[in-house]
Design a protein around this ligand. Structure first.
Ligand SMILES: NC(=O)c1ccc[n+]([C@@H]2O[C@H](COP(=O)([O-])OP(=O)(O)OC[C@H]3O[C@@H](n4cnc5c(N)ncnc54)[C@H](O)[C@@H]3O)[C@@H](O)[C@H]2O)c1
Length: 253
């Protein structure tokens, strides 16, 4: 019961395959009280169905809309009083920017990808911090494409590099409030968002062949690592990117 009496909000559940949902399950089993934020009306039913029976409050929040962000944290403040952790498990880039060459990325696609996938971490951390009156932990999800070139990942790799740098800057800013900020770099998983990246099946096959563990990671393994970073077990860790990828990132060739 690592998260007993802890209150958290999870951003990014779209369906049962979402990394956010695997993380939520790990947190619920660890005794946490959770609130869930869903992007829009279209996803509400899915999130309602998954979370029914948990008694968790649900809030709608498109992170590109500052009013919705403000309203979401107002609701969470009213429901929970104190917030202990936040999971940022969301990203978006226009589909046409996730295939072909990065050099062709439009300004519009670049700004959208960076806004939704990277700036939102700073925005959500800023909104959550006043509620984290006894310290807190923020965890986001990133991918190896931030560090090395991954075919088709393109502008999302650039957005994840910004997300990882933001993790360090936010950790430096919020550490004095005992708020820790870390990221999990997950191996490829067949989720809704991943299906937007061209040739995802090739990526999954290559990863399973090359990774030291000779397989792909499971969503729950990512969720369990996030649980560790959200829990007091990781109290001395902040500003880190933890790879949960069956070891893929350590291999040269
Ligand atoms: N699936 C993978 O292979 C993989 C690997 C490493 C990292 N990640 C990261 O994990 C996170 C979760 O993705 P996933 O793979 O679980 O896919 P997913 O499609 O289940 O989740 C993506 C979520 O982002 C949300 N989202 C998109 N735009 C938003 C906006 N404007 N406002 C609020 N929410 C918005 C969607 O509603 C959805 O819930 C993302 O950051 C993704 O980049 C995924």
């Amino acid at each position: 019961m690592l998260l007993e009496n802890k209150n958290g909000i999870i951003f990014g559940v779209a369906n049962k395959r979402s990394i956010a949902w695997a993380t939520a399950q790990a947190c619920l089993e660890a005794g946490a009280n959770l609130a869930f934020s869903y992007q829009n009306e279209r996803l509400r039913e899915n999130v309602e169905a998954l979370t029914s029976g948990t008694g968790s409050p649900l809030v709608q929040c498109d992170v590109s809309n500052p009013e919705e962000v403000e309203a979401a944290f107002k609701t969470v403040g009213e429901k929970f009083g104190r917030l202990d952790f936040l999971v940022h498990s969301l990203a978006f880039a226009p589909r046409e920017a996730l295939e072909g060459e990065y050099v062709a990325t439009s300004r519009e696609a670049f700004l959208t990808a960076l806004d939704v996938s990277a700036y939102s971490l700073a925005e959500l951390a800023r909104a959550a911090a006043p509620l984290m009156t006894e310290g807190g932990s923020v965890v986001s999800m990133t991918y190896y494409g931030a560090e090395k070139v991954v075919a088709n990942y393109n502008v999302m790799g650039v957005a994840k590099a910004a997300l990882e740098a933001s993790t360090r800057y936010l950790a430096a800013d919020l550490g004095k409030q005992n708020i820790r900020v870390n990221a999990v770099s997950a191996g490829p998983l067949n989720t809704l968002a991943a299906r937007g990246v061209g040739n995802m099946n090739v990526m999954l096959r290559h990863h399973a062949e090359r990774a030291p563990l000779r397989r792909n990671v499971e969503a729950r393994e990512v969720g369990n690592a996030a649980l560790f970073l959200l829990s007091p077990l990781s109290s001395g860790i902040t500003g880190e990117v933890l790879h949960v990828d069956c070891g893929f990132n350590i291999m040269a060739f």
